[in-house]
Design a protein around this ligand. Structure first.
Ligand SMILES: Nc1ncnc2c1ncn2[C@@H]1O[C@H](COP(=O)(O)OP(=O)(O)OP(=O)(O)O)[C@@H](O)[C@H]1O
Ligand SMILES: [Mg+2]
Length: 471
């Protein structure tokens, strides 16, 4: 429920039991031009609260009586548009994670500086107004192409986490878009004008990784001819993306943990500490909790980086994204190569949607790039897709066998049903192209025709004109 008058000052609620802190927050926000209402307890706030009344709530977590998390839960139930900024004193990250999961917009740690509060609240208010103007989703990340509920959740979390400085752990299979998401977070964060530096933790030998990350001083080891800045210093003010973090050797993990705790780096061979101001985003395609349980990854480091976790589901669990992704890559590659390919026909699209995509979005991207190169008309068809994909997708058709009922079955009838459903599927997948359907089923064209007649599958399901059944 957006505010009635868009020019009126935005209403911000401050819910904080500690009187000095409450006063401070109220003053900072009133100076920013917001209409501020202060509340001492969650109960007081909830009595006054109604959906649409506030753009933003700045709230404490630890309060006598109802705590901030419980309050947030009850608020988001009633008002989906309100943006909560949670102020928390606890460094374990647990409450922050819980708040973000409940739908908080962002969080700020105590002690905070007033500039940080101003910035986060300004972002929250902007976002609130943006929603009011254009409806939800207007802030959607343009580059994360998606159309499925699981990805909508991911994008939503990305948006919310971007404005904070929280350390983020992105988990997902290879090719699901982990780096893309990391970049989206950076580009939507206040650090956007500072560098985004990706580093593949698995790509360096142990000693090299440390000098790469933390830098080294002249003479630290053979070949260290001068001082060298590490990526931590190079990323100053920006975001360091620690890709494949689970591949990091144990000894480097210890040093990384120290850097994250001290917010300062000590170059290899050096003694001085250089303070650094960077945000860390880490990614892994492994089950890092299992790695931790089995002693291959340090537990303390895991907790340090796992402040906000973003799980990117594999593509096979979100087939709804396939048409928009395919369309996106089609236009990218068609444009890049100057080919006139404009669309994907229905049969090809069905096949794309049925494939299980072990290589996820990257595999889809490659398939479309290849199809654009091969395509001789302006429409991609099954012919332009990799053969392996055609075969795999047909295998993915379920072969479950139901339990044998007590009264028995008529096996011939059952088998006929199975046969008919496979044939129909194959025809569907190939857009009625009987020769291709036969190929998928491992049959000759004649044998397919014979079976279709026997099972009463109409020939009108096939594209007779293109592939006459009577040769
Ligand atoms: N939702 C998406 N929208 C548009 N492009 C995407 C999307 N997801 C992934 N891609 C593209 O797919 C390719 C693979 O993505 P990315 O490199 O981010 O995956 P990754 O999870 O880091 O993979 P890996 O584990 O192999 O490093 C990139 O070209 C990326 O731009
Ligand atoms: Mg990657």
């Amino acid at each position: 429920m957006p505010r009635k008058n868009p020019d009126a000052p935005s209403r911000v609620a401050v819910v904080e039991d500690e009187v000095n802190m409450r006063g401070l927050l109220a003053r900072i926000l009133a100076d920013e031009g917001y209409e501020v209402s202060s509340f001492e307890t969650a109960e007081d706030f909830l009595r006054d609260f109604s959906p649409g009344k506030f753009a933003v709530i700045v709230q404490d977590v630890r309060m006598p009586g109802m705590d901030g998390i419980e309050m947030l839960r009850s608020v988001v139930e009633k008002d989906k548009d309100v943006h909560a900024v949670v102020v928390t004193a606890y460094s374990t990250g647990e409450t922050a994670v819980e708040a973000m999961r409940l739908g908080a917009f962002s969080y700020v740690r105590k002690p905070f500086d007033s500039e940080e509060i101003r910035r986060v609240v300004r972002m929250a208010v902007d976002r609130f107004q943006d929603q009011g103007r254009k409806g939800k989703g207007s802030f959607a990340m343009r580059h994360i192409v998606h159309d499925s509920d699981p990805m909508r959740e991911v994008v939503d979390l990305v948006e919310r986490v971007a404005s904070s400085d929280a350390t983020v752990l992105i988990v997902g299979e290879s090719g699901t878009g982990k780096e893309l998401v990391a970049r989206a977070i950076h580009y939507h964060s206040p650090r956007v004008n500072a560098p985004f530096i990706p580093v593949n933790c698995g790509a360096f030998a142990e000693s090299l990784l440390e000098s790469e990350l933390f830098g080294h001083v002249k003479g630290a080891f053979t070949g260290a001819e001068g001082d060298k800045k590490g990526l931590f210093e190079i990323a100053e003010g920006g975001t360091l993306f620690l890709d494949e973090i689970s591949e990091m050797p144990m000894s480097s993990q210890v040093r990384l943990l120290r850097v994250l705790e001290e917010r300062a780096v000590r170059p290899v061979g050096g003694t001085g500490l250089h303070p650094v101001d960077i945000r860390i985003i880490a990614a892994t395609n492994k089950n890092i909790e299992e790695e931790t349980r089995e002693g291959r990854f340090r537990q303390d480091l895991f907790h340090r980086i796992n402040v906000v976790a973003i799980q990117i589901p594999p593509l096979r669990e979100r087939p709804g994204d396939i048409p928009v992704l395919a369309g996106h890559f089609l236009s990218v590659y068609s444009h890049r190569t100057g080919s006139g390919v404009k669309s994907i026909d229905e049969a090809a699209l069905r096949l794309l949607m049925r494939h299980d995509w072990p290589g996820n979005v990257r595999e889809l991207e490659n398939a479309i790039e290849r199809a654009v190169a091969l395509c001789r008309s302006d429409t991609i068809s099954v012919d332009d897709l990799p053969k392996s994909l055609v075969r795999r997708a047909s295998k993915a058709v379920s072969t479950t066998v139901s339990l044998l009922p007590l009264e028995g079955v008529n096996l011939d009838d059952k088998l006929a049903d199975v046969e008919a459903s496979y044939i129909r599927r194959a025809l569907e997948m190939t857009g009625g192209h009987a020769t291709k359907a036969a190929e998928i089923l491992g049959l000759s064209f004649r044998s397919l025709r014979y079976r279709m007649d026997k099972l009463g599958i109409s020939r009108s399901d096939t594209q007779e004109s293109e592939e006459p059944l009577d040769e």
